[in-house]
Design a protein around this ligand. Structure first.
Ligand SMILES: Cc1cc2nc3c(=O)[nH]c(=O)nc-3n(C[C@H](O)[C@H](O)[C@H](O)COP(=O)(O)OP(=O)(O)OC[C@H]3O[C@@H](n4cnc5c(N)ncnc54)[C@H](O)[C@@H]3O)c2cc1C
Length: 508
């Protein structure tokens, strides 16, 4: 069996790329091309389990400088070869899939801290740096960016900027688009653009997911490393009370770094003996509770449980109502103490039961364990995915109910609320399901996404809070942007007149 189809770009083109980056930094081997044909989009995990790599790049190249990136882009533009910027491949929407072949441009060799100015509170980085390495570089110098996504070990600064990523402490530090003050981008014609000279363009380029240019450098706003951190948890009798506590707290001016309100089923699972792994992801935690007791029967258990999602969801609705809220505060000691005081008061007023720092401390310790444990769920013939949407406070609970109504007959469904703002909040749904046979599973997977996003848009939610759009949500872009879609096409024509940059993504 061949792993991937033969490359389609002509040999002289490959030699010209190799002449730009050097011989050892180009590959066309089948395993490498298979690897770069996918990201962490769960549907590509389903494909991989079936041994299918339908969209390999024709070649992969590893540039080391903006000049090399620009030379490769110019070559692609002149030859009409598609180019897909590749960060860590940690995206979850199929953003790096080379739908029309061409080059995957892996930027991870561009990974340097270029300069740091403590007086202005800024640092310049190359965009291929992995998130954890970026924070390590800053920590050595007594600073932080404050960007700690769960994928921090496998994703890059360029990928964060491209997808408008949010870290776990975003309520205090903001999303990546709040942290960046300028970028250097190579456009689809190979020109270098520094947005420091045209700052109004910055926010049109951030979030463009490789369709308008390749980010090579970014200037970021940094902070002194926090002096103090305190975690605090409360339990509420209803979800509405927990949400109200967050809203009141944010609108009183507090900026907790961590805000995580688990819905009743998520609270039950996080609390049921595996609270020490509150960061492990709800379905993984459920699986582990079972695995400890009946190790051999776990795949069977998962398949059997997920064969009756409607019943499980109904049982949860019938018997569970308490919710867990974890808050975390960091910064200077005075600010932390003041915000903690405000939080205690807001939670008490809404009937919150004080659980102390324990659940939050345990979450913090395990905060990156998250979904790296997914593979066993897929191995059991099931799938799990997450859908992160957001809206304003007046629509939030309606959005939550609408998505549950749309999916709960076919998938086990739970959610937590995080990334809070004075005007609204995001909802992070986890859904898990199973079906007999690979093609049935794919059909169910697609139907759940379609119905979940349709319900989201109808209820006034946005398509994505921080995972981006990529390939998987591309068909929803026109409805999301409305008239804005026409402007986006116009931007595409200007920044990428040859249409080579990451074609087929973001509704383009
Ligand atoms: C287990 C897990 C947990 C996650 N947790 C979070 C989380 O907490 N918060 C969060 O926001 N996301 C999270 N994600 C999603 C993912 O990490 C983000 O989408 C991240 O921004 C992707 O970065 P990357 O470097 O891996 O990008 P890639 O997957 O390589 O690329 C993503 C998109 O960005 C484009 N791109 C990459 N680099 C560049 C560049 N230099 N210039 C232009 N375009 C570029 C690509 O073409 C593609 O369209 C998680 C993913 C996983 C698997």
């Amino acid at each position: 069996m061949t792993l991937v189809a033969a490359p389609r770009v002509p040999e002289p083109f490959v030699r010209r790329v190799a002449a730009i980056v050097g011989e050892g930094r180009v590959s066309q081997t089948p395993p490498v091309r298979a690897l770069y044909s996918r990201d962490m989009w769960p549907k590509t995990l389903l494909w991989t389990r079936e041994g299918s790599f339908p969209h390999p790049p024709d070649l992969v190249a590893w540039p080391e400088s903006a000049a090399e990136v620009a030379a490769i882009v110019r070559l692609c533009a002149s030859e009409g070869v598609p180019l897909v910027p590749f960060g860590g491949g940690g995206g979850v929407c199929g953003g790096v899939i080379p739908l029309r072949g061409g080059i995957s441009l892996d930027l991870k060799r561009m990974n340097r801290l270029v300069s740091l100015d403590p007086e202005s509170g800024t640092a310049d980085f190359e965009c291929g740096i992995i998130g954890q390495h970026l924070e390590d570089e800053l920590a050595k110098r007594g600073h932080t960016l404050g960007h700690f996504p769960s994928s921090i070990y496998i994703s890059t600064l360029g990928g964060f900027l491209a997808a408008r990523s949010a870290g776990q402490l975003s309520t205090r530090y903001g999303k990546i688009e709040d942290m960046v003050s300028s970028v250097i981008l190579v456009t689809g014609t190979g020109e270098k653009l520094d947005t420091a000279s045209c700052p109004e363009l910055l926010q049109a380029l951030v979030g463009s997911e490789g369709t308008l240019g390749v980010f090579t450098h970014a200037r970021l706003r940094i902070h002194p490393a926090p002096e103090a951190r305190r975690m605090q948890a409360h339990s509420f009798t209803t979800l509405a009370d927990g949400l109200e506590a967050i809203r009141v707290l944010l609108q009183r001016g507090a900026r907790p770094a961590v805000v995580r309100l688990y819905d009743p089923l998520d609270t039950f699972i996080v609390g049921s003996g595996k609270a020490k792994e509150a960061g492990a992801g709800p379905l993984s935690a459920l699986k582990e509770v079972f695995e400890e007791r009946f190790p051999a029967a776990t795949p069977l258990f998962l398949r059997a449980a997920l064969a009756y999602p409607a019943t499980l969801n109904q049982l949860a609705d019938r018997f569970l109502s308490r919710v867990l809220l974890i808050l975390g505060f960091e910064g200077s000691r005075e600010v932390v103490e003041a915000e903690l005081g405000l939080a205690q008061e807001s939670c008490r007023t809404l009937g919150g039961r004080d659980l102390g720092p324990g659940p939050g401390d345990r979450w913090f310790e395990n905060r990156y364990k998250v979904s790296y444990k997914q593979s066993k769920i897929f191995a059991a013939g099931c799938f799990v995915d997450t859908m992160e949407v957001a809206t304003t406070w007046d629509r939030l609970q309606g959005l939550y109910e609408a998505v549950r109504r749309a999916l709960s007959d076919r998938a086990l469904l739970m959610a937590h609320f995080s990334h809070a703002y004075p005007e609204g909040c995001s909802i992070y749904f986890t859904f898990a399901a199973t079906a007999k046979g690979a093609s049935e599973r794919e059909r169910l997977y697609d139907a759940l996404w379609h119905d979940g996003l349709a319900a989201t848009q109808k209820a006034g939610g946005c398509l994505s809070h921080h995972h981006g759009v990529g390939y998987s949500k591309s068909v929803f872009m026109a409805a999301e942007l409305g008239e804005g879609m026409r402007l986006y096409h116009a931007l595409k024509d200007v920044f990428d007149p040859h249409g080579i940059l990451n074609p087929g993504k973001m509704g383009l």
